[in-house]
Design a protein. Structure first.
Length: 212
């Protein structure tokens, strides 16, 4: 009985020693392989990534967030010289004296130190009209859905009816005309929504759907 117990103890110790050796050997192999990979230098142009990057989902924005917002038709610090005529207003700069008669301003006149300046497209759209008026000078009308914007008192117009323009495109240069000759170089802007005139100063920073 005693000899059997002693042999069993020896066998058990042998098993423990064997398992310990195998464990140490396995850990050593794994450590060596890991250190080998750590020491490898990635080739030029290749990045070594520890974690697998997943592509971020592309979220489509609502159509309302993709709409353009009206910008001002110039980059300079232009000022309003003549305001749009409001029938409820009694301001003198809402009307223009021409040939002895006071006439309501259908748009807004912008000036910049009597200097010429680039005229930009407020919205993307299509050229619907190009004119050379004896009073208001050269002009161009851009149609953007149900909104039409006419840029008058221009130096020259190289666009033609049917041409597409993008928001911010340079349409021409502000120049002079006979109707507002006292203003010298200026831009006269006329805006109409569904054919009805409106104050150009009320459309800036608004989308087409917000302009009413």
């Amino acid at each position: 009985m005693y000899s059997y117990t002693k042999r069993r103890i020896k066998t058990k110790r042998l098993c423990i020693l064997t398992l310990s050796f195998l464990l140490i050997f396995t850990v050593g192999i794994m450590s060596w392989q890991f250190s080998k990979k750590e020491g490898e230098t990635p080739q030029q142009g290749q990045e070594q990534s520890v974690f697998q990057e997943e592509e971020a989902p592309v979220l489509s924005l609502p159509d309302s967030e993709k709409e353009e917002k009206a910008i001002r038709p110039y980059k300079v610090n232009a000022e309003v010289a003549l305001q749009y005529y409001d029938e409820n207003s009694d301001k003198a700069d809402d009307v223009t004296l021409f040939e002895g008669k006071y006439r309501a301003n259908e748009g807004v006149s912008y000036v910049y130190n009597n200097e010429e300046f680039e005229v930009l497209s407020i919205f993307s759209g299509e050229v619907s009209e190009v004119k050379d008026d004896p009073l208001f000078g050269k002009s161009i009308t851009i149609q953007s859905e149900n909104l039409s914007i006419t840029y008058q008192s221009l130096k020259e117009v190289k666009l033609a009816v049917g041409d597409k323009v993008n928001q911010g495109d340079v349409l021409s240069i502000a120049s002079t005309n006979i109707y507002h000759k006292d203003l010298q170089n200026h831009l006269y802007l006329v805006v109409a929504l569904n054919g009805k005139l409106m104050n150009p100063e009320t459309i800036y920073e608004k989308t087409l759907s917000e302009i009413k």
